[in-house]
Design a protein around this ligand. Sequence first.
Ligand code: CUA
Length: 425
Amino acid sequence: MGTGGGRAGRRGGRVVRRLSLILVALAVALIVAGCADEHPLDTLTPAGPDAEEINDLFFPVLGVAIIVFFLVQGAIIYLAVRYRARRRAAAAAAGTDGDESDDLYGDEEYPEQVHGNLRLELAWTIVPTILLTVISVFTLISLVELNKVSAAEDDLRVTVVGQQWWWEFQYHLDGDTETPPDIVTANEMVIPVGQQVPLEITSRDVIHSFWVPRLNGKKDAVPGRTHPWVIEADEPGRYMGVCQEYCGLSHAYMRNYTVVLTQAEWNEWVEGQLVDAVPLEPGDPGYEGQEVFLANCANCHVVNGVTDVNLDGVPDGMDDYDGDNGDDDITSALVAGAAPNLTHLASRTTFAGSIFDLYEDRAKRIPYLEVAERGYLNRGDLEAWIRNAPERKANDADGARGMTAFPGLSDGEIDALVEYLTTLR
Ligand code: CUA
């Protein structure tokens, strides 16, 4: 009996040691991952006033939480150790070897049992109430600050549209979101440095959530609703964003970038984006690709000046998703023909919900406005994407969402299409 207990004890010790090793290894891995240089989703290095506001709330609350944690856990551990049942002592008192008797902790071994302690109960009710009240007051102040719009009525406003599984950015240069957007782009939102840009966040299908951790907190993108939000960056740069609400199979592949340029660069970018594409003529480089595009891609993708476009950025005829010439309900809208506007595709640095680089890696060192001229096309991923997108990024089960595969396109047609796409600067 005694030896059996000893073996079980040793085995128990090994399990505990192994578990602690695993826990320590996990903690180290987490800490190392968190310290990785320039983590693009680092919430602890805010790059704009809104993210700073959140950070300034987070750290004091974390401090309070740490103090409470150690006080409570410390008390639990102290009391558990200090007042633990002492089996051996109890056994010695009972005159047995401490193994068989169930009655080792007789009534006389229990500490005195008490019921109620007014002073303690008042303390652990009042202290947390005060703490939580103070925290909620500061939280409310931050919430009000985060929702403050300092931009003028006629300043730039961007409507952010989430869709399975990419982001559309509709630019209203005069701030009037009731009129058709001046610029429609996808996956990369380009804004000027140091300027607050009010956003209107919505969705075409299910609930998504727009989150650029280094610039601001999350805001849900809900179909049929518009949520106001703002974005502002202190320094030019490229800030990664992710969809933060589970929205289907490729939720993890619904990313975006906020590209922050100097005011002069941003003006240049806007000028470029306002220009429509010119329909190519026979003999023009890329003409064959344009034909392939019109025959295969223009059902969903818009190229301003080349395909017709409705006010909402959805190709003509595609608003009536179910083809019955009536109003569509949300179910039919779920198989929308809306796809990224490709008018200036080559001016962007990523595609397919920002999961692939459009140019090879060194393009990241090239100024944003020059990548279309100087970057080397990431032909491999682009061709693979056109050929069989669902293989690279899962669609929903019935294939009604996301880009379809084009198994019928020949290598020559795909080459021509890629050549055409690179003309869309
Ligand atoms: Cu969109 Cu998750």
